[in-house]
Write a new protein. Structure first.
Length: 425
């Protein structure tokens, strides 16, 4: 249960922070944000302010932002829809109620035949069931629609739609989501450093040697300073672990400094099965000698240095898709994320904060991959528009986005199935 709650909270924070980036920059750019939702599914609570409807929905899984004019913003009212119109003193439509869940008093019963809620702003149809006369009412620029589920949102005239913003503002709006994830990652790493009481300094010195381990059998000892492994220089314990992991059941030469002398020790890493990986990795059974830096500067710097370190590892993995071939084992979906959440939950609150930072960084970088439907794909379309000096037609952009969605759905299915096999079989 603790893992489920942690998973929901972490996933929710990641998505809401990401979407808030898009929301904030869209507002600054003059783009109408019709709805900002925390959660998915049926509406639990809603309130409106400055043209945006803020909703809380029943399923506590992420959230979304509805920007006017975007592909996921459905605003069409079908012909034949029964509605109630609220008019102002000049006979202009202030509100169109299309929901049978909300009762509107003193409204005009209206069967909608046609609408133009983007350019000329009018609604046309039959009033009070009288189909002998077609009536047309002008619609106010800031009029609202009560949708079928009872959610009231503002209409989206062309001048406040996403495509009406300047190119640079659209690019900033697309980039703002990943940017927020980077900021969250840095802040979470800083919080982790404070919660841990300090920052472990990089060291190439052995702290402990496990009993009956490959390291003990080979003759490695506590306080040995690691210099080279397999003729490769070792600057940190991380370097040492990375090289050792690549040589399961293979004898390697480890050059160490013990006191004032140096010696070479032959050690054969044990092949060990590690969670989240199909292939076994090499381990020798030693830990790093930890020295903590308790300064304020070190704790704050850790947020930036650790974020950069992990980002570099992610870029290296992404690069390996091009150089070493595509592998689903390098990716993880919701099932893998839940499994890792379970492991981190068992390690305590500090570990969950670190995990939040790690996932936020991953989400930010992965969203910048130039695949249509992702923020990176949208930025590529923005760049193409800048080069062509004219926007891509909505039809072509829609087709490209649809292809991107198809790729993402297929990839998610494959990754999820691979995760199920890795973690449960």
């Amino acid at each position: 249960m603790a893992a489920i709650i942690a998973f929901i909270i972490i996933f929710g924070i990641l998505v809401v922070v990401h979407e808030f980036g898009h929301f904030y920059m869209a507002k600054r750019s003059g783009i109408l944000v019709r709805e900002f939702s925390v959660g998915m599914g049926p509406k639990l609570f809603a309130t409106r302010k400055n043209g945006t409807t803020y909703t809380i929905r029943w399923l506590p899984l992420g959230g979304y932002v509805r920007m006017a004019g975007m592909a996921d913003d459905e605003s069409e009212i079908e012909a034949g829809t029964q509605a109630t119109l609220i008019l102002d003193e000049q006979g202009r439509v202030q509100q169109i109620n299309t929901s049978d869940k909300v009762t509107t008093l003193n409204g005009v019963p209206f069967q909608i035949a046609k609408t133009d809620l983007q350019k000329e702003l009018w609604v046309e149809g039959y009033e009070g069931g009288d189909e002998s006369e077609m009536k047309r009412y002008p619609v106010l620029h800031d009029a609202t629609i009560i949708e079928a589920d009872g959610t009231e949102v503002q209409i989206a005239p062309v001048d406040v739609q996403f495509q009406s913003a300047t190119l640079i503002n659209r690019m900033l709006t697309n980039f703002a989501g990943p940017f927020n994830n980077f900021i969250l990652a840095i802040l979470a790493f800083i919080l982790f450093a404070f919660l841990s009481g300090g920052v472990p300094q990089q060291s190439n010195q052995i702290g402990t040697v496990q009993e009956n381990s490959a390291a003990q059998k080979a003759g490695l000892k506590a306080n040995d300073r690691l210099l080279k492994v397999d003729n490769k220089k070792v600057a940190s314990f991380t370097d040492f672990s990375a090289i050792i992991s690549e040589h399961p059941n293979e004898t390697v030469a480890v050059r160490v400094q013990r006191g004032a002398t140096e010696k070479t020790i032959k050690v054969t890493p044990k092949a060990v099965k590690v969670a989240n990986q199909k292939e076994k990795v090499g381990q020798v059974g030693v830990t790093q000698k930890v020295k903590m830096n308790h300064s304020l500067k070190a704790k704050i710097s850790y947020g930036f240095t650790q974020a950069w370190s992990i980002a570099s590892q992610i870029f290296k993995i992404l690069g390996s898709f091009l150089t070493g071939g595509f592998s689903l084992d390098k990716l993880s979906g919701p099932v893998g994320m839940y499994s890792m959440t379970t492991q981190f939950t068992q390690q305590g609150f500090n570990a969950l904060v670190y995990f939040l930072a790690f996932l936020s960084l991953n989400l930010g970088i992965m969203n910048l991959i130039p695949i249509p439907a992702l923020d990176g794909g949208k930025l590529v379309l923005n760049i193409i528009e800048a080069i062509r000096r004219k926007p891509i037609s909505p039809e072509k952009e829609g087709i490209v986005t649809l292809i991107g969605v198809g790729i993402m759905v297929l990839l998610m299915v494959l990754v999820t199935w691979n995760d199920i096999q890795r973690f449960f079989f």
